[in-house]
Ligand binder design. Structure first.
Ligand code: CA
Length: 432
């Protein structure tokens, strides 16, 4: 099910590019994105990140290609990575091996590849895929319980939660890449009495999530079994599911989230592939007093290695903190390891009724809050729905986000015996 470890994960492997060593993007990572030189009208095309550079994959092709991986390389040079994603793990694995070989110290292709590097600081990024469909799950039981307690104090966790990977269909048109501004939404808000007030949201929030991009899709009517689920995953990015809690609270029953969620969803520019994540697997298990998942959501491999250890962090800057020159303030640290349902279970459950997924579709994990104080993945949890504002290190207080606030999500994986890899960051600033 999961991609295997091979010599591309060797921690001693180094690139000829010095900035790659000890960066978020060492040669063992090579996440994919779509870029062009900033301030130009060049066509966007595929790239991989290494150190403080990106490798322009169109330039690699134009300068002679990569030999055995040229078929896969050709799928990455267009304006989206959907064709590459659709080609499955054979293509992503082949291109990864060829790029590692080309970028390593002593590579015979060093001169060719050096000619294909563009400084990340001189690049602008687009969405890495055309996202046909976006589905947001709810896989942290800690978030579900915390939120449930705020919305329904007497009944925080609904009885289906421990049986079904809960999700809803989001909106793909408003999935945007890191750095795009977040206009404050307006709408109907929950009234205390009588007619609902209408206006700008005053309870704007972030959600710390991961996004899973689908690789090869499945035919309508043909479910993806749990044993095959990860073969249909391309990789993982950071995802911020911006949420207007006052709009959400008024509209969410009976059919679930709508305008409180669909105004913006930010993703990081790079997708860390399932191949790069191979060293960071861990076991998935349930507490003995919780129900075990139904058989279609169970496999030996999912139990032994279905979870991914990805460390996550939320940071905030404000108009004032930036003027003061402060470093971003940390609002919380968490881990994908806290999820109640695995990536494979999300994919399998999504298709069990015959629903088809397509290359480039995006699955959100849901807010990945952990069990402890300090691991909250949203302000609504951190401030107890705004009742207990937090005080920032510079003395400002926050119940929810204010205009000018910028939220930065970061992620990385580390394990003894392997190179640490980063997911980069996704940031978005609230504009009034
Ligand atoms: Ca969400």
């Amino acid at each position: 099910m999961s991609r295997d470890l091979d010599d591309t994960h060797d921690p001693d492997l180094e690139s000829f590019l010095a900035s790659a060593q000890k960066s978020a993007f060492p040669i063992q990572n090579l996440p994919f994105g779509v870029f062009r030189r900033a301030g130009t009208d060049e066509a966007f095309r595929g790239c991989v990140a290494i150190g403080d550079q990106v490798v322009d994959l169109l330039a690699v092709q134009a300068s002679g290609g990569l030999g055995s991986a040229d078929d896969a390389l050709a799928l990455t040079v267009g304006e989206t990575l959907n064709p590459f994603m659709d080609a499955g793990s054979e293509a992503s694995g082949a291109l990864r091996r060829a790029l590692v070989s080309a970028l390593r110290k002593g590579s015979t292709r060093e001169e060719q590849l050096r000619g294909c590097l563009v400084a990340m600081s001189a690049a602008e990024f687009a969405l890495p895929a055309r996202v046909g469909d976006y589905t947001d799950f709810y896989t942290s039981v800690h978030h579900a319980t915390n939120i449930g307690r705020l919305f329904r104090p007497d009944n925080p966790l609904l009885p289906n939660y421990k049986w079904i990977p809960i999700g809803y269909h989001g909106r793909s048109s408003s999935v945007i890449v890191s750095g795009a501004p977040i206009p404050r939404p307006r709408g109907q808000k929950r009234p205390s009495d009588g007619a609902p007030p209408f206006g700008l949201s005053s309870r704007l929030d972030y959600e710390l999530e991961l996004g899973v991009y689908i690789g090869r899709g499945n035919a309508l009517g043909t479910p993806i079994g749990i044993g095959d689920a990860e073969d249909h995953a391309f990789g993982v990015s950071l995802l911020n599911d911006w949420s207007a809690r006052d709009i959400q609270a008024w509209e969410y029953q009976p059919l679930g989230p709508f305008l409180g969620k669909n105004f913006a969803t930010s993703v990081s520019p790079f997708i860390v592939t399932m191949e790069a994540l191979a060293p960071f697997r861990s076991g998935f298990s349930r507490n003995a007093d919780d129900p075990q998942p139904l058989a279609y959501l169970t496999s030996n491999e999912n139990s032994s290695a279905g979870a991914l250890d990805i460390s996550l962090e939320v940071e905030l800057t404000t108009t004032r903190s930036r003027a003061e020159g402060s470093a971003p303030f940390s609002l919380g640290k968490s881990s994908y390891g806290h999820a109640y349902w695995t990536l494979a279970q999300m994919i399998t459950h999504h298709t069990v009724n015959g629903c088809n997924l397509r290359a480039g579709d995006l699955l959100g994990t849901g807010t990945l809050s952990g069990p402890d104080a300090g691991s909250e993945g949203a302000l609504i949890e951190l401030t107890k729905s705004g009742r207990e504002p937090i005080t920032l290190p510079n003395g400002e207080t926050r119940s929810f986000l204010e205009d000018g606030d910028e939220v930065i999500l970061r992620g990385h994986c580390e394990r003894e015996g392997f190179a640490r890899i980063g997911l980069g960051e996704v940031r978005g600033r609230i504009v009034g």
